[in-house]
Design a protein around this ligand. Structure first.
Ligand code: UT7
Length: 373
């Protein structure tokens, strides 16, 4: 029997700084009333100057590893889903791999907009089921505040920063990831887009002056796409797992807009208690939204062992993805002991020192080669 992919660890990180609707009303022509009624968002988190997608991803990953009781060297693969990587390259996943000291892990970034984390779950589950990997760390992390035009009221009220991570572990037990579906429609690419900064329109004085390095969105069209695709992706993933709507204990949807979440729940005939939402607190954190929501749903007691969950997302691309899974991790989790906390601290310190030594050795070797030439 091929192994099943089970969630054994989860963790989130959100920056300290809270930006409320009233704060935004001081910056652009908007109001708390407009934002709340049109989106359900009350506040969002904004990364500090010294934070970035990798730093938030690392913190979320460290929590997930601690819940899973996993040593970083036991991770086989790290996937970071993000639209706001630290650099074009190296990948954010490689930065995470180095900081964790995950010396046996392969690492890559996954670009699928807000669907990225759910895409990553399917990819990881497939590799686990094929027997290629045993432990995969999947992270959704974003610093959208750095690509937001803070003068554009149509977009700046929607987005926030944060990270969420999950460990998938392969074993023969029943449950875990039951099915997954992925989709794309590139004809809708221009609906959600950062027009410049890539190789088609490299950054220049002109692109920056025109604000082409900021996120642009055709909100109404994305809305129409979202309310159609969320229910259909959910139905498809249930059908693939031989389940029905009645079998779902909780849906964790992409947190873009409370109206989209409510509309999807209505078309699936689901009562609000079976659809998790925290969009009010964090806004749309793109690829980070589903894992952050999953962590909070677990921490708030909405998830129980044996529950059937559907995680579903949509976003830039256009893309969409859904995963059905049966929760197998014991709940509640053990509180982290002092010894365990100290042990992980030592591991991460060691990872830092190891990385520094390796880079120093590389520099010395380069000097030595130059000297010999
Ligand atoms: O992760 C995936 C990414 N994106 C999404 O999921 C977004 C999907 N779309 C949406 O959530 C909604 O379309 C929005 C929340 C973005 C906009 O809501 P809407 O009900 O579709 O509003 P609208 O764009 O049709 O704009 C209605 C009015 C316009 O004024 P006029 O032309 O009717 O006079 C806008 O200029 O609201 C105006 N408006 C605002 N007013 C106050 C737009 N943004 C604001 C604002 N404050 N922040």
């Amino acid at each position: 029997m091929s192994p099943q992919a089970h969630v054994t660890g989860w963790g989130k990180y959100v920056p300290q700084r809270v930006l409320t609707n009233n704060d935004l009303a001081q910056m652009v022509e908007t109001s708390d009333e407009w934002i709340t009624t049109r989106t359900g968002i009350a506040e969002r988190r904004i990364a500090a100057d010294d934070e970035s997608t990798s730093s938030m991803a690392i913190k979320a990953a460290q929590k997930a590893l601690s819940v899973a009781n996993l040593n970083p060297t036991q991770i086989d693969l790290i996937i970071v889903a993000t639209a706001t990587p630290d650099h074009a390259f190296p990948s954010t996943a490689c930065l995470v791999q180095d900081a964790l000291g995950a010396t046996h892990a392969a690492a890559f970034d996954l670009s699928a907009g807000c669907s990225g984390f759910v895409y990553g779950l399917s990819v990881a589950a497939g590799l686990i089921e094929a027997g290629q990997y045993e432990n995969v760390l999947i992270i959704g992390a974003e610093t959208l505040s750095r690509i937001t035009d803070w003068d554009d009221r149509a977009t700046c009220v929607l987005f926030g920063d944060g990270a969420g991570a999950v460990i998938l572990h392969g074993n023969a037990a029943e449950g875990g990831v039951l099915s997954g579906t992925l989709g794309a429609d590139g004809s809708g690419g221009e609906l959600l887009c950062v027009p410049a900064g890539g190789c088609k329109r490299p950054p220049s004085h002109e692109t920056v002056a025109e604000g082409m390095h900021y996120l642009t969105m055709k909100g109404r069209e994305v809305f129409r796409f979202a309310v159609r695709i969320m229910p259909s992706a959910t139905r498809k993933v249930l059908e693939m797992a031989d389940l029905t709507i009645e079998d779902i204990d909780l849906i964790v949807p992409h947190q873009a807009n409370q109206r989209i979440i409510a509309s999807s729940a209505r078309s699936l005939n689901l009562t609000p208690e079976r659809v998790y939402s925290n969009v009010a607190r964090y806004g749309n954190t793109s690829a980070a939204s589903v894992p952050i929501a999953l962590c909070e749903a677990v921490d708030e007691g909405y998830v129980h062992q044996g529950d059937v969950l559907v995680l579903v997302g949509f976003g830039a691309g256009l893309t969409w993805a859904a995963t059905a899974l049966q929760w197998s991790a014991p709940l509640p989790t053990d509180p982290q002991s002092r010894t365990k906390a100290v042990w992980y601290k030592v591991l991460y310190r060691y990872a830092k020192v190891r990385s520094w030594i390796r880079s120093l050795v590389r520099k010395i070797a380069a000097q030595f080669t130059k000297f010999r030439q």
